[in-house]
Design a protein around this ligand. Structure first.
Ligand code: TYD
Length: 134
């Protein structure tokens, strides 16, 4: 698994902070959808799926959470706790999000609109699938 982190420019000044993600400059795909997870209950694990084609960037714009990425061969835990750092999640990557802080807002920027047929929600099916992690 390569380095999935993308540093985003923090354009802060003495008034406060501003961070941006823009196609070509930071997001390695055309952005078609943005969604965010918030008020996640304690001790909840979310995600538990992979995608066949979808590419995503995950950014903890507030608070923190953990993201476990599994490319079918190894499982790597990451901590998302910075609004100016994005975690790239390519196709063929099983993900599990946990340990959400009460104030966590996890923003996800995606390359496609929502499509349930792009999901693999069964771990055994994911392990058997031949989707190469990117
Ligand atoms: P789900 O995939 O279960 O969330 P998580 O991966 O965080 O556990 O999504 C929750 C619900 O929201 C589910 O009914 C699908 C729906 N949904 C959309 O309609 N559009 C979207 O863009 C997303 C991400 C989910």
């Amino acid at each position: 698994m390569g380095n999935p982190w993308i540093d985003l420019p923090s354009l802060g000044d003495d008034r406060g902070q501003l961070c941006v993600t823009e196609v070509d400059a930071h997001a390695p795909f055309d952005i078609k959808r943005v969604y965010w997870l918030y008020e996640t209950e304690p001790n909840v694990t979310r995600g538990l799926h992979a995608h066949k084609e979808l590419q995503q960037l995950a950014i903890a714009v507030s608070g923190s959470c953990k993201m476990l990425l599994d490319d079918g061969e190894s499982r790597t835990p990451y901590v998302l706790d910075s609004p100016h750092r994005a975690l790239y999640i390519g196709p063929g990557m099983w993900r599990e999000m946990s340990d959400f802080s009460a104030d966590c807002v996890l923003m996800v920027i995606a390359s496609e609109v929502y499509d349930e047929t792009d999901y693999i929600r069964d771990y055994d099916e994911f392990k058997k699938s031949a989707i190469p992690a990117r």
